[in-house]
Design a protein around this ligand. Structure first.
Ligand code: 5GP
Length: 346
């Protein structure tokens, strides 16, 4: 047994210190990014925020609305071949959605079938496992990269620099970072495993950038300010589940409780998800996600406006004319309080 004594931080532990700036308005800030992915060599231009590949947020409807605003969605993996082909057959959007998969043989076979028919319309894939430290996961990434040299691969999740480096050397373009911070995730509670998300982003971004790879900070954002902190910490992309849940574009029904409209939202490893897709929770495992009932929030566009406005505002405060400059201009200060809660938390 060993104890690491270095302090590791979460979004709630820091604020971004303002800096002198010549910017006069948020409208002068450009929050899009341009990347050329290391392995696929595809060019990307867009606002690097991605809807999570959960069945509530990784929907076709969400992908279409986000694409109109230059954001992306990682589609959930439970669509069937025909649905995926119809979606990817639509007018090419910019930036395109991510096709998501796990690492089982049926996942791989399904991808091969759909990709063969969809051709270059599928450019981006997201290989998603709860634990990105297994040999099986690394083996799968190798196999996928070898078979599809030209696709952009986002894969995870991991939280440490050495595993980020390993994945980039194995052919991953974007390493997905985050174990346990998610809004409906119970991994930390059930297993005691995790890593404070801000430190994970800082350490993994540093490792990735040293090899010209990229990272996507996945999970734990509860407000636009958290996205600003994630980008400030070095994230190239940020993935959102809970913040995009509860909207019209989500794949959940609206229910009424005590006269208030609500929407169900659950983790993809929750009992609810496993019952829906895998016929229940297997004997040997516990669920690592929970279900919550959220207030219904209408169309996602207004929420998007708030998120993009918040990130633009952060850039203005530190004098970053482009999102690309935000991490260079970020100094975090450790704090013991974030908000004045005299009138509640919102
Ligand atoms: P959020 O933005 O809601 O805080 O986090 C979204 C992320 O939580 C997802 O992208 C995914 O990585 C993670 N996640 C989703 N469902 C589950 C689950 O059931 N268990 C765990 N451990 N993580 C989940």
């Amino acid at each position: 047994m060993r104890i690491e004594q270095d302090l590791k931080l979460d979004f709630k532990d820091v604020l971004i210190r303002p800096k002198r700036s010549t910017l006069t308005s948020r409208s002068e800030v450009d929050i899009s990014r341009d990347f050329v992915f290391l392995h696929s060599q595809h060019k990307y231009h867009g606002i690097p925020i991605i809807a999570a590949n959960m069945d509530a947020t990784g929907t076709f409807q969400m992908a279409r609305v986000l694409a109109r605003h230059k954001l992306s969605a990682a589609l959930h993996k439970h669509y069937d071949d025909a649905e995926l082909l119809a979606f990817f057959g639509e007018q090419p959007e910019s930036p395109p959605a991510f096709y998501s998969m796990g690492i089982t043989q049926p996942d791989y076979d399904k991808f091969c079938r759909v990709k063969e028919q969809a051709g270059d319309r599928i450019q981006n894939v997201c290989v998603d496992v709860a634990n990105g430290y297994t040999k099986a996961f690394i083996g799968f990434v190798h196999k996928l990269r070898k078979a599809f040299p030209a696709i952009t691969i986002m894969a995870g999740n991991v939280v440490t620099g050495e595993m980020t480096e390993e994945l980039i050397l194995d052919g991953v373009d974007i390493v997905k970072v985050g174990i346990g911070p998610g809004s409906v995730c119970t991994t930390r509670k059930m297993s005691g495993v995790g890593y404070p998300q801000l430190s994970a982003i800082i350490e993994c971004a540093d490792a990735a950038h040293g090899l010209h790879g990229l990272i996507c900070a996945d999970g734990g954002c509860t407000s636009p300010g958290d996205l600003a902190k994630a980008f400030g910490a070095g994230a190239d992309f940020v993935m959102l589940g809970g913040m995009l849940a509860g909207h019209d574009e989500c794949g959940s029904d609206i229910v009424e409780k005590d006269g208030v409209l609500k929407m169900r939202f659950y983790g993809m490893s929750s009992r609810e998800a496993m019952e829906k897709y895998s016929g229940g929770v297997a004997e040997y495992r516990a669920s690592e996600g929970k279900e919550v009932l959220l207030d219904y929030r209408g169309p996602v566009e207004k929420t998007l406006k708030d998120i993009l406005g918040g990130v633009r505002s952060a850039c203005t405060y530190v004098g970053a004319r482009q999102l690309k400059e935000l991490s260079k201009r970020t100094t975090f200060i450790r704090v013991s309080q974030q908000l004045n809660e005299i009138f509640g938390q919102s």
